[in-house]
Design a protein around this ligand. Structure first.
Ligand SMILES: Nc1ncnc2c1ncn2[C@@H]1O[C@H](COP(=O)(O)OP(=O)(O)OP(=O)(O)O)[C@@H](O)[C@H]1O
Ligand SMILES: [Mg+2]
Length: 275
């Protein structure tokens, strides 16, 4: 059974200027251990697709139709299902690590809260130990010190590692990552992507990745879907779509982007700094 199964998903957004069909009948599946990437220009509907699947769009703003199952549970038919899945079966890695955490609460306290939310009956002390283990798992230096720190005392790369650690704490079957590295310095991006790959190898999580960066897509994906104006215009194995694009929109996207990025440059990976 696929971890995520989406069939004919449509999302209509109620805007001041009328109804916008942001997602127009997309279908795809992700199996355990697979990474499926949605690429496309700004406004093509990538985030709306992800947010609709996580039921993070308000009911009065977005009308969903079609079918989507996460771990067999229909999340379009019933909002109740996703409540039970979110933070447990499904984890979201948000786009902007700087705003995702509460600025006035220490990193450790926020991690402990997240861990206790997804593991009922876990004591504070036990959650604290898990938080420390998780920071070690995401290769954060001086993890004891980071737990006591406030978010502004950590670099963007470290904060994104904290958010990935929090996503990991849920032992999710599906990780949704909407532009997980685009707010980060290019030298930090490669380390974060390596980390995601390492986690996936260990946990066999399915990853839904959203990016406008073809270098990221090529490094991470098994399959890609190219999105334009709410539809998938081209889908396939990453090598086929990126190296031999068939659709003119995909070719245009590829032309619009310069080099594929420094992912293969080992020198770029050693530069993530710690204060
Ligand atoms: N809150 C909103 N109110 C009105 N329209 C919206 C809203 N959010 C998104 N849209 C519209 O929905 C469409 C899809 O937007 P979406 O954010 O999903 O695109 P995206 O592919 O994620 O773009 P980006 O690469 O910039 O993140 C766009 O046409 C956008 O204008
Ligand atoms: Mg987006």
């Amino acid at each position: 059974m696929a971890v995520l199964e989406v069939r004919d998903l449509t999302v209509d957004l109620m805007t001041g200027a009328g109804v916008v069909r942001a997602v127009d009948g997309v279908s795809f599946t992700i199996e355990a251990g697979e990474t499926v990437t949605v690429i496309g220009e700004s406004g093509s509907g990538k985030s709306t697709t992800a947010m609709a699947l996580l039921r993070l769009l308000p009911d009065d703003l977005a009308v969903l139709s079609g079918h989507a199952r996460i771990a067999g549970k229909d999340v379009v038919a019933s909002r109740r299902h996703i409540g039970a899945l979110r933070g447990r079966t499904v984890a979201l890695i948000p786009q902007d690590p700087m705003t995702a955490l509460n600025p006035i609460v220490t990193v450790g306290k926020q991690m402990v809260e997240a861990i206790r939310l997804s593991h009922r009956g876990c004591s504070k002390a036990e959650a604290g130990r898990r938080a420390l283990d998780l920071l070690r798992a995401v290769h954060i230096t001086q993890p004891e010190r980071r737990l006591k720190a406030y978010p502004h005392e950590l670099s963007g790369g470290m904060l994104q590692r904290v958010l990935i650690a929090m996503a990991l704490s849920t032992e999710a079957d599906l990780i949704v990552a909407d532009e997980p590295t685009s707010a980060l310095d290019v030298t930090v991006q490669a380390g974060i992507l390596d980390l995601l790959l390492e986690i996936q190898e260990r946990t066999r999580a399915a990853i839904l990745l959203i990016t406008h960066d073809l270098g990221v897509a090529r490094l991470m994906s098994d399959r890609v879907h190219v999105m334009q104006a709410g539809r998938f215009v081209e889908s396939g194995a990453v090598e086929d779509v990126i190296d031999r694009p068939q659709h003119p929109y995909t070719r245009k996207l590829l032309d619009a982007l310069p080099a594929l990025g420094p992912w293969d440059d080992p020198a770029a990976r050693t530069k993530e700094t710690t204060p």
